[in-house]
Ligand binder design. Sequence first.
Ligand code: GDD
Ligand code: MN
Length: 379
Amino acid sequence: MGSMYMMLSIVIPTFNERENVRTIAERIHTALAGEPYEYEIWFIDDSRDDTPIILAELAKQQPQIHYFHRDHGTGLASAVVEGFARSQGEYLVVMDADLQHPPELLPTLVQRLRQHIDIVIPSRFVEGGSDGGLNGFRKLVSWTARVVGQLALRRLRQVSDCTGGYFGLRRSVIEHAKLDPIGWKILMEVLVKGEYQRVHELPYAFAARQAGESKMSLREQWNYLHHVFRLVVQSPEDRRFYLYCLVGGLGVVVNLIVMTAVMYGLHLHPVLASIIASVVAMIHNFLWNDRVTWKERTPSVRWRRMLQMPVFMAVSGVGIAVTALFVEVFLRLHWPELVGQLVGIVVSTVWTFIANNRWTWTERANQKKLRHKVRVTQE
Ligand code: GDD
Ligand code: MN
């Protein structure tokens, strides 16, 4: 349990930053000198050089400074999680050691947190911000990473600088979250798993590195994709569509097996076998979607529950009709009908997903309220 008066904890991950740690500490002290609250700085260090020796000196000289050295560090983001656990402030700020993230922004950042903002994100990409600290190639990589992240993870979409390393938050945002990030992007982990309603973006200029060099590598870019993939798997709202496709694919296999069994085992007419197989596959799909894909959405009212299967069948019926329509259109245009079938399947998969999400497994009122609550504002 920390001091009740500790307001702000600044967490700084470091890896071979011997030329920078003194300067950043000084610049933070200067920036916060006039502020009416207490703060502490936590360096979480994985360095192989003599950074920890310098950190030990700093910590001895200045009571606000703390550090923790890891001999077998597991990357930038996990260092920040370590810093969250060791620090005590009600407000947390994460920033880099190399002065690419201007400490002069700290007072404004904390002020916004005190104005009931849950997460404050200094952004390179809102009006007034700039991205001067990266070269052209890194900018392209960074842009691609953001696009991939925002396509895959809904909660990143409204946030312009969702892959940055500079941000502030209330401790309550992560109090109940199980953070286990891979690689670098701790902000992405917090945005997907945290509990928050108000996000605020501040423009800032991402400066050039003060000294030393960037630790970004190809390996980190792979880690990023791995991290995005894992967050999709862990996030009910983001994995749903992929689960739905998986269930549908499994349904096709079930369909073919049942048809084979009925045709050759029971010697029924192929058309009858086809109908039986489709009905079995439909029930199969319904059960998996009910128990897995939309498992958080089971209605509490009994009559709503009874209605789900018929609604699902109606939606599937429309899906089949839409697919057939594509085949019809392709036939008229003298295009290959199998391609028409394929296009129809893709379109009806998307449509039936949206329809089932809306009508079959309707979001409960309290779930809806929680989801719509996130608001992003800008300076
Ligand atoms: N503890 C620890 N362990 N710290 C690390 C590690 C690690 O394995 N790798 C890097 N760091 C520290 C660095 O010492 C530095 O303080 C900070 O993390 C960022 O590393 P840089 O090497 O300077 O990264 P960058 O400048 O290329 O990119 C940074 O800024 C971008 C814009 O905000 C990162 O924060 C990116 O994630 C961010 O998008
Ligand atoms: Mn940097």
